[in-house]
Structure formats: structure tokens, C-alpha cells
Design a protein around this ligand. Structure first.
Ligand code: NDP
Length: 331
């Protein structure tokens, strides 16, 4: 597959270029809003073509797939343009700033007959897949609750639009709560239907929240508790799933790397749970390519991206108003 990159971003540089190349892909071009930046990025990553116009990618018939990792407010228009040009699209989360925009992207992809996927990497990790297998295999019985710990310290090189630009989609809720929503949906196999929440700033956010806590109602009756922050240097990440026959404790697993420990505790005692340590992003690209080849679905579809966005926006609205919010996912 020949790929075009839209966005000369950190995530492309640190993870996705390697993931695309690891799955046999060729990166044909990168487009940035700034010509000089595109040129620098292309030179640093051995990408043969660079420019500041989407047409560089969209008019190249040899490019089959587009990876979009610009700032969040740009995803919508860029994805629609790529879809209209007949490209398959792997789009970063959050898909857009509103559920209506995200729904428009997915509708357009369906009409055009292209694959449209969301780059939710955590469901691609061996650890999360192993946890889901434990749940599905009945090892903890009926799920009673899920606790998601995702309070991290945003590295200095990312302390830009994420912490000070609401119009670019900044804030911890569009940044990390979307991932947690996707994890809950992936692990439990059901969609949150209502949320209560609080958000605030704790040292980094300027005009956008840098911390959030929320509680989600699931159709099964399971309770979900979620914590995200940009300001916690030593909190560590993880998740716990508690059932009536066992509990799963996963530490250090809400990351970009295939790391962390999983422990299963039941009446039989404690056991360490092994899992595959493959690259999360390469797995996501491999699943995307399989979908393009007509063999299955991408790891996270466009519909998954809408659902995670809908939960995140409901969390923000619940925190803003102090009122419980229903999660509105378009049918
Ligand atoms: P960056 O800030 O690194 O990049 C986003 C855009 O900002 C780039 O496309 C670029 O615009 C511009 N930019 C980046 N660095 C500079 C710079 N030094 N000077 C000027 N402009 C710059 O963001 P991320 O890579 O962290 O995030 C990009 C997207 O990916 C977001 O949607 C985010 O939510 C998502 N993401 C997803 C992750 C995942 O695991 N799925 C992890 C991290 C991010 P231009 O291209 O126009 O030059």
C-alpha cells in the first residue's frame, strides 16, 4: 500500500511511520499546512514528496490510503476530501469536534465504498486483547465494574494546542477520555448510555480542562469510573475489571508501548496473565490493510470513533453543566 500522510505530527514521527513501514507500506508523500515544515518532515523521515496542498496526495492515483494526524479541528474537512478522492482513510481520534461532523465522515466513506477507521491504539494491544479474552471467557463472571486510570504527565513537546487551544480540539477530554471510552466499549462490548462528570485545570490547561473524572452507566448495570489528566507525573496508568467471580488488575497498560502487567485474582488464587507484546500501531495498520483487502473490519471502525467521541462530549457537557448527560450515538 502507498500512503499519504496528512499532518506533520509527533504521532506520525514517533509511531505511525514505523508502523506503516513495518507492515510493508510505502509512504509516498506528506502534507503540512506549512511548506517548510513538510519539507523538513519529509527529509527527516525519507519521504519522497512534501507539500502544503492536499492535492499532492489526493491527485496521486498511486496512493491508496491516507493517514490523518493533524490537529483535531482539521480531521473533518481533510477526511471528507480524502474520501471524495477515493482514498481509504485511517483517521486519528477524536474523529472530529462534533458527533455530527464525525457522522458525516462515516456516511461519506460508506457512499464512496472506502474503508474508514479510527486510530484507537489501545484495543490493538496484546494486553487489552488478553483482558477482553478473560472477560469473554467468563473468568471473572458477571462484570460489576471497570475502573480506568489514565492520569499522565503530558510531555513538554506536546504542551501546545492540547492545553491552550479549544478551537483546535484541545483538552484532556477529547485527547484521552475518547481512548478510555473506546477501551470500555472494547472490553465490555456495550456502549455507555449516560455519564456524570467533573473537570478542571490543575496546572496545565489554559482555557481547556487538563483533568477529568467521570462515571458511566452501562446497559448491563456495570459501573465504569474513568480518570484522565495531563498533570500527574507519578500516577501510573492502568485498569481494573471486577466481576462476581474474579478481578483483573492491569498496571501500566494505558500506554503506546506493549508494556504493563496483568493479574487475575479468583477464588483459586492469583495468576499472572501473559499477553502478546506486538507493536500496537503496527497491529492497527495491519487490521486496516486487511479491511482494505476485504478481510474483516479495521480494529476500530468509524462507528467506534463516533461512539468514543459521543461519550467524551457527554463527559464534557456533564462536567460543564453539573447535570447527568445521556450519550447520544447516531444509529
Ligand atoms: P502534534 O502537535 O505533534 O501535531 C499536530 C499538528 O500540529 C501537525 O500536523 C502539525 O501541523 C502541527 N505541528 C506539530 N509540531 C509542530 C511544530 N513544531 N511547529 C508547528 N506546527 C507543528 O500532535 P500529535 O502528533 O500529538 O497529535 C496529532 C493527532 O494525533 C491528534 O488528533 C491527536 O489526538 C492524535 N494522537 C493520537 C494518538 C494515538 O495513540 N492514537 C497519540 C497522539 C496523538 P501541520 O501538519 O499542518 O504542519
Amino acid at each position: 500500500m502507498r500512503w499519504g500522510l496528512v499532518g506533520a505530527s509527533t504521532i506520525a514521527a514517533q509511531h505511525m511511520i514505523g508502523a506503516i513501514r513495518a507492515t510493508g507500506g510505502k509512504i509516498a508523500a506528506v502534507v503540512s499546512t506549512t511548506r517548510a515544515r513538510a519539507d523538513d518532515f519529509a527529509a527527516s523521515h525519507a519521504i519522497p514528496a512534501a507539500g502544503d496542498q492536499l492535492a499532492l496526495i489526493l491527485d496521486d492515483a498511486s496512493i491508496g490510503a491516507v493517514y490523518i494526524s493533524s490537529t483535531n479541528e482539521k480531521h473533518h474537512a481533510q477526511a471528507l476530501a480524502a474520501i471524495a478522492a477515493g482514498k481509504h482513510v485511517l483517521c486519528e481520534k477524536p474523529l472530529a469536534l462534533t458527533v455530527a461532523e464525525a457522522a458525516g465522515m462515516i456516511r461519506a466513506a460508506h457512499v464512496a465504498g472506502v474503508v474508514f477507521a479510527t486510530n484507537h491504539h489501545l484495543r490493538c494491544s496484546g494486553s487489552h486483547r488478553a483482558i477482553r479474552d478473560l472477560i469473554r471467557g467468563g473468568r471473572i463472571g458477571r462484570v460489576l465494574s471497570l475502573r480506568l486510570f489514565h492520569a499522565v504527565h503530558l510531555p513538554p513537546n506536546l504542551q501546545g494546542w492540547r492545553i491552550n487551544d479549544a478551537s483546535a480540539g484541545g483538552g484532556v477530554i477529547p485527547d484521552i477520555t475518547v481512548h478510555d471510552a473506546d477501551v470500555a466499549r472494547f472490553l465490555l462490548g456495550e456502549d455507555p448510555v449516560a455519564v456524570v462528570a467533573q473537570m478542571g485545570t490543575s496546572g496545565m490547561g489554559q482555557g481547556v480542562e487538563d483533568s477529568a473524572m467521570s462515571i458511566w452507566t452501562m446497559p448491563s448495570g456495570a459501573m465504569v469510573q474513568s480518570h484522565e489528566s495531563f498533570t500527574h507525573p507519578f500516577a501510573g496508568s492502568g485498569l481494573e475489571v471486577h466481576g462476581d467471580k474474579g478481578s483483573i488488575f492491569a498496571r501500566g497498560v494505558m500506554t503506546q508501548q506493549p508494556v504493563g502487567e496483568i493479574e487475575l485474582v479468583t477464588a483459586a488464587g492469583r495468576e499472572v496473565v501473559p499477553y502478546s507484546t506486538h507493536n500496537l500501531y503496527a497491529q492497527g495498520v495491519a487490521d486496516f490493510l486487511a479491511a482494505v483487502a476485504g478481510q474483516g473490519a479495521p480494529a476500530a471502525s468509524g462507528e467506534d470513533g463516533i461512539a468514543s467521541l459521543a461519550v467524551a462530549l457527554a463527559v464534557r457537557e456533564a462536567a460543564r453543566t453539573g447535570q447527568r448527560q445521556l450519550v447520544k450515538v447516531p444509529a
